[in-house]
Design a protein around this ligand. Structure first.
Ligand SMILES: [Zn+2]
Ligand SMILES: [Zn+2]
Length: 243
């Protein structure tokens, strides 16, 4: 199975160390959130097939940020599906020119440093350039599936967007991107361009109202996610999230 159901009409596609997500909007087709690493397109299209859909049913690809594990498969997926891509202008500019990375530093904490040195230090800085049709700003409402709101969450990556999907009758689903991860507990990303900005972004997300949360890395939280985020990121961020 290339697919894990999180809620009715919401699916996680576990890839190599990163997640993509599919929202099934019925007659409106499919929304893909993030495009994986180069070479992941086949697995994402397998997941689309498991839903009884074809590549043409993927109409919209929301890309949270320019890092290669989220935007690396975008060019190939756009070719395969004909879907239109949505990104924040700051990172759309990166993807259009084939750039995937600005300098990152490790987040404090032993696990963060280990992850950074093992996995992120040598992350590719380039990807296959492709067009991004829709530039999406903070607070913008996308008329997809009964509204998906973009939330600009810089820090891990300057042009990073989270998305809050209020449709589907799930009480709100947050796609947190890498503004938070659910690996060994709910925490900040192990690497940031600007840690203080990342903390502010995590607090911004914790202040939103949602029931489920999906992360670029780690498992989704199908219920009570807003409350858990509030506890983790709301009051004293430094203690639990950077341990
Ligand atoms: Zn990232
Ligand atoms: Zn990532």
């Amino acid at each position: 199975m290339a697919l894990e159901q999180i809620l009715p009409s919401l699916y996680r596609v576990p890839l190599r160390g990163v997640n993509a997500f599919l929202i099934d909007l019925g007659d409106e087709g499919l929304v893909l959130v993030d495009a994986g690493t180069p070479g992941d397109a086949g697995r994402i299209l397998d997941a689309v097939g498991e839903l009884g859909r074809g590549p043409d049913d993927v109409r919209h690809i929301l890309v949270t940020h320019c890092h290669v594990d989220h935007a690396g498969g975008l060019a190939e997926l756009k070719e395969a599906t004909g879907a239109r891509a949505y990104m924040h202008p700051t990172d759309a500019e990166m993807v259009r020119s084939g750039r995937a990375l600005r300098p990152l530093t490790p987040t404090p904490g032993i696990l963060n440093r280990a992850t950074f040195w093992l996995l992120l230090r040598n992350a590719p800085s380039t990807l296959r350039a492709t067009e991004v049709e829709h530039e999406v700003l903070d607070g913008e409402l996308l008329a997809l599936g009964g509204d998906i709101r973009a939330v600009h969450v810089p820090g891990h990556c300057a042009g990073q967007l989270a998305f809050l999907w209020s449709g589907g009758g799930h009480g709100g689903v947050l796609f947190a991107a890498d503004a938070a991860a659910n690996v060994a507990g709910l925490r900040l990303s192990p690497a940031h361009e600007d840690l203080e900005e990342g903390k502010r972004s995590a607090k911004k997300l914790a202040g939103l109202d949602f029931e489920a949360a999906c992360f670029g890395h780690g498992r989704a939280i199908p219920r009570g996610a807003s409350e858990r985020s509030g506890k983790t990121f709301g009051a004293n961020l430094a203690t639990p999230a950077t341990r």
